[in-house]
Each structure stands twice: as C-alpha cells, then as structure tokens.
Design a protein around this ligand. Structure first.
Ligand code: UDP
Ligand code: MG
Length: 312
C-alpha cells in the first residue's frame, strides 16, 4: 500500500541519535492516523549506524533502508531518499533531532491547506557557535543577492514536499546539488512555518566549515553567473582607470614632474592585475570543473542495499 507520508532521514555516523529519532518520529507520525514510511538513507556511516538501521527495519516494516556504498554527502543522501520515497507528502529531516519531529505536524497542516512546498524557517537556533550562525546568515544574504531564484532566508532542508514537487526534482539530476535552491526554482505554492531549531541530540556536526564552504560554492555556481561576470566588471574598471590616468601621467612628465618613477609603481600594477587574472581563471576553472563533472554523467550515488522499487 502506498503511504500518505514519507519521512526522509540522511544518516552519517548518527548511532547515538537513531533510537531517539525513531521513537519520536513514530509517535508523531502515528498520531496522524494515516499510513507513513520512513526512508533511512545511510550515507556511508562507519560507526555501526548501518547495522542499527537494518535492525530497525527488521522491527518495523514501514522503514525503508537505503544503504550507500560510501559517503556521498548530505544533499545526495536526501536525493536518494526522494528517489526511494512513495508518499504523497515527503518530509526531509535531519537525524540529530535538531529539527523537532513534532514540527512535521505543522508542515502537514499547511500541506493540507494546499501548499506544495512547506519549508521550516529557523526562528531561533540553540547550541550553535556564533561562527556557524554568522557564516550561515552571511551565506543566506549573499545567495539571496546574487542568484536569480528567491531562495527563502534561514531555511534548511527541513521541509515537506508534495509528490508533484518530488517527481519534478527527481528529474533534475545535476551533480552539484543545492536542494534548497532547486526547491525554490521549481516554483509551486510555497510557504514557510517558523520553528525553533534545537541543539544536536548527541554527537557533533558533520558539516564543518569545509563542507559548508563547498555547499555555498555549489549554491552560487548552480544558481548564478555572477562570479563569471565579475572579471568583466573588474576589467572595465581597471581599463577605465588607465584611460584616465595615462594622459595625466604623460602630461605630468612633459611638465617636468618626476611622478611615478621607479619599479614600485610598475610592480604594484603588474601584481594587482596578475592577481585579478588568476582569480578570474580560478573562477572559470570552478565552472569548467562542474561542466566536466556533469558531462561524465556518472550516477549520483551507488547503493549497496536498497528496496527494489525506486522512482528512477
Ligand atoms: N549527513 C549526511 N552525510 C554527510 C554529512 C551529514 O547524510 O556527509 C547528515 C547527518 O547525519 C544529519 C544531517 O545530514 O542527519 C545534517 O548534518 P549535521 O547535523 O552534521 O549538520 P548541521 O546540522 O550541523 O548543519
Ligand atoms: Mg545537525
């Protein structure tokens, strides 16, 4: 039987959270009185989470385990969860209970009102360092400014998607995924529900600065050409400056002034432009690398164990 609700949880080394997660989700979902399934995606865990997932799946046949052959990253794990989900409304939630499962009921209410994308907006956050909060807030603001799609501020991947949206997003097989942006890009009726983001139930974040930076780069390069246009802007500005300054220097020299003599001024100009050129090349390289990845057309993820039916 097809469940009404699917819950997708990406899991990477979350052994300490899994029991608590399952019991809280079960309580919340049972209270809806409708059939549901829980898609647990194991993203190459090495701490025994994989066995724990198998064990839970044996106890409760509403659990669909999807076990990756290695770590593919959070966004890919969520994508796999969407591919294996069958429900009419699909909710994505983190394993660490930072997103309280009880909020799912609020998301469901909005879905029943007819909204097709219901995202949970972080009104408050507990137990995060000021550095993470600062970089996250900077990230949302930059993305908002330079991308064409209106990615809602302060939302994570905790959201409910209607089956229609899941099916559309399932056809978007881009490798460098920024699901929040893709969710905004597809359109449909969207609404936010505010909630308090709790502290982690146990363990530590698997999103260190390095991974956050990578996600930010994916977000920018997937949704904006702005970095590519930067070279054009800087080029026009420096050409403009030289057109103005060259005649000034010539006139000063003809007037017998000793202005801009020596190597220092030459070196500064050369190093500055050299730097700008290298940065522009790097930005080009970033986009070319992504084109290369897409062209190879490899599968997004490899599963070592998974239910036989998928949406793909
Ligand atoms: N996660 C994953 N693969 C990874 C990193 C994280 O599936 O490579 C999962 C993790 O188990 C959790 C969710 O993604 O369920 C969010 O990760 P985390 O809580 O570490 O990030 P934060 O909330 O600190 O941004
Ligand atoms: Mg977390």
């Amino acid at each position: 039987m097809k469940p009404t609700y699917s819950i997708i949880v990406p899991i990477y080394n979350e052994i300490c959270c899994l029991d608590a997660l399952y019991s809280r989700l079960k309580e919340v979902m049972d209270s809806t009185g409708e059939p549901w399934e829980l898609v647990l995606v194991d993203d190459g865990s090495t701490d025994g989470s994989t066995d724990k997932i198998r064990q839970l799946a044996e106890q409760d046949d509403r659990i669909r385990p999807v076990i990756f052959a290695r770590n593919f990253g959070h966004q890919i794990a969520v994508t796999a969860g969407m591919d294996y989900s069958r429900g009419d409304a699909v909710t994505i939630i983190d394993a660490d209970l930072q997103d309280p499962p009880e909020v799912i009921l609020d998301l469901i209410n909005k879905w029943k009102e007819g909204y097709e994308v219901v995202f949970a907006v972080r009104a408050e956050r507990e137990g995060e360092t000021w550095f993470k909060m600062f970089t996250a807030s900077l990230f949302y603001r930059i993305i908002f400014k330079i991308t064409d799609v209106d990615i809602p501020m302060d939302t994570g991947d905790f959201r409910l998607l209607d089956r229609k949206v899941v099916d559309v997003m399932g056809t978007m097989r881009e490798r460098h995924r920024f699901l929040r942006g893709m969710g905004a890009w597809v359109g449909f009726r969207q609404i936010g529900v505010p909630y308090r983001r709790a502290a982690r139930y146990a363990g530590e974040t698997h999103y260190p600065f390095r991974k956050m930076f990578k996600l930010a780069l994916n977000a920018i390069t997937s949704f904006s050409y702005f970095p590519l246009q930067l070279a054009t802007y800087v080029g026009f500005i420096s050409a403009g400056i030289s057109i103005v300054t060259i005649p000034i220097v010539i006139i000063m020299r003809l007037a017998g002034d000793q202005a801009f003599l020596g190597q220092a001024s030459t070196l500064i100009a050369v190093l500055f432009l050299g730097g700008v050129q290298l940065i522009s090349l790097g930005i080009l390289g970033e986009y070319i690398g992504r084109i290369y990845d897409e062209v190879k057309g490899r599968p997004l993820y490899i599963v070592s164990e998974a239910p036989s039916e998928t949406n793909h």
